[in-house]
Design a protein around this ligand. Structure first.
Ligand code: NAP
Length: 473
């Protein structure tokens, strides 16, 4: 298991190390390199030096390397899933699912690498011709969060490599092991030295700021919180650097009274409990039309009560630990705040004794709109249910947030479903489905949830510049 920095195709130590903790025990799993600013600039130099040759590498060759990486990830899914569970806490079955999902980004972008298009057209005024071609944007900085430690990496590395960009990847401090394992896999798949570099650190600002301000960096692709994303956008403004931002969410999950309630409960379980509630796509505010509110809440509570809690490596566990003690404290405070504002607890709601960062599956009903948990990401296994009466009312309440990543709508009426999907201010909507993540679809948000899209037909565009060549005949 690599634990060093991966720079220019070599594994190397840093001056310091930092611990990686198991969130289900609080104990140290191992130590990894803790990079400083000099290491970051060395990684950027390696990426910049490798850029021209990688851009010239035929697209078919880049594609085949990504295909091999896809296969290696799939073949190694058990081991990689275990690494994800150990450092992040999610149950093993979910962790293996994440590895498969992560691998799909490589396959999708391997297929996209060979399909870049261009154009040739006469100028409207006659005489000259327009040639339009697309070129890699250049060395890219990729910053990923801890909640999907493998998939958030491949979702950026896949399109970067397919487009012909080299990169420096900085994973989250809490989950560096998946990205280090991925670097090893990419090397075995044939990625040349310097094309992918990985730096791990406990001081991301000190490491990344000099790299972001360095004019050799041409792109920043960030997934994480809106607060950090805003800071990074300010830094990127210094060099007018291209950016992609996948930021926080506050997803409304809307159940109309004509919905198939069994399907709606299934969808709510998936949208709420994926990743122990720690997903940017998590159902944060569950709005249920009042005529079916009690029925829905009772069914959801029964399902949530049946979820086994424990260490993610134990068979059958669904509710693993949260990432750290701060996450438990945040969820505890949000539940206490909702209760003082009148929410009723149908399940859970008590903090558990350690060891490990566990919080029980919890269901609250009658959560008022001014509760803190309706305004911020809960990021835990807490379902916050509230009633509504009319379509206009629920659309207004759902849109009353600075975030706009995803929303979910359950109704059997096609007209109402499409009307509400169009009216919701989010980049994605699940209509009668509780999971929207798919490498072949354009993932991303509007408002303070982000800029740009990852995956889908447009995902590769984030790493390409369009060049127009005027030709005088
Ligand atoms: P975070 O605190 O913003 O951290 C994200 C990444 O940014 C980590 O690698 C972090 O490093 C790094 N970082 C922090 N401060 C930095 C700085 N000053 N300069 C450069 N890098 C810096 O977010 P998180 O808590 O890890 O992740 C949860 C958030 O991500 C949630 O808001 C969630 O909604 C969002 N998310 C969004 C998507 C999406 O696709 N829209 C997907 C997944 C998650 P350290 O780990 O060392 O702090």
């Amino acid at each position: 298991m690599p634990t060093g920095l991966y720079i220019g195709g070599q594994w190397r130590a840093a001056a310091k190390t930092m611990p990686v903790l198991d969130p289900s025990t609080g104990q140290e799993l191992c130590a990894v390199a803790d990079a400083g600013p000099g290491d970051g600039l060395a990684a950027l130099t390696a990426a910049a030096d490798a850029q021209a040759a990688w851009a010239r590498t035929p697209a078919r060759e880049r594609s085949e390397i990504l295909m091999r990486a896809h296969r290696l990830l799939i073949e190694d899914a058990d081991r990689l899933g275990l690494i994800a569970t150990l450092e992040m806490g999610k149950p093993l079955a979910e962790a293996r699912g994440e590895i498969t999902y992560a691998a799909e980004f490589f396959r999708w972008f391997a297929e996209e690498a060979v399909r870049l298009d261009g154009g040739y057209m006469p100028a409207p005024g006659g005489g000259s011709r327009f040639l339009v071609t697309r070129q890699p944007v250049g060395p890219s900085l990729l910053i990923t969060p801890w909640n999907f430690p493998m998939a958030m990496g491949t979702r950026k590395i896949g399109p970067a490599l397919a487009a012909g960009c080299t990169c420096v990847v900085k994973p989250a401090e809490q989950t560096p092991l998946c990205t280090l394992a991925l670097a090893d896999i990419l090397e075995r798949a044939g990625v040349p030295a310097g094309v992918v570099n990985v730096v791990t650190t406990s001081d991301p600002g000190a490491l990344m700021t000099p790299m972001i301000l360095d004019e050799r960096s041409r792109k920043l692709s960030f997934t994480g919180s809106t607060a950090v994303g805003k800071k990074l956008l300010e830094q990127c403004a210094q060099t007018v650097m291209r950016t992609s931002m996948e930021l926080g969410g506050n997803a409304p999950f809307i159940v109309f009274d004509d919905a198939d309630l069994d399907a709606a409960v299934d969808g709510a379980m998936a949208a709420k409990m994926r990743n122990i509630g720690q997903a940017c796509t998590a159902a944060n505010r569950i709005y249920v039309q009042r005529t079916v509110l009690d029925d829905f809440a009772e069914r959801l509570t029964k399902r949530m009560a049946a979820l086994p809690l424990g260490r993610g490596t134990e068979p059958g566990v669904v509710v693993g630990p949260l990432i750290d003690t701060d996450a438990v404290a945040k969820v505890t405070d949000l539940v206490a705040d909702a209760r003082t504002r009148g929410a009723k607890v149908l399940l859970g709601g008590e903090t558990l004794d350690g060891p490990g960062n566990f919080y029980p599956a919890t269901v609250l009903v009658d959560v008022p709109d001014d509760a803190d948990m309706c305004r911020t990401e809960i990021f835990g296994p807490v379902a916050a249910i509230t009633g509504f009466d009319t379509e206009d009312e629920v659309v207004d309440r759902a849109n009353d947030t600075p975030y706009g990543l995803v929303s979910y709508v359950y109704t059997e009426s096609l007209r109402r479903g499409l009307r509400v999907c169009e009216a919701l201010d989010t980049g994605m909507v699940g209509l009668n489905q509780g999971v929207v993540s798919n490498p072949a679809a354009p993932f991303g948000g509007v408002k303070e949830s982000g800029l740009g899209r990852e995956g889908g037909l447009t995902g590769i565009d984030e790493f390409l510049e369009t060049k127009y060549i005027g030709v005088q005949l």
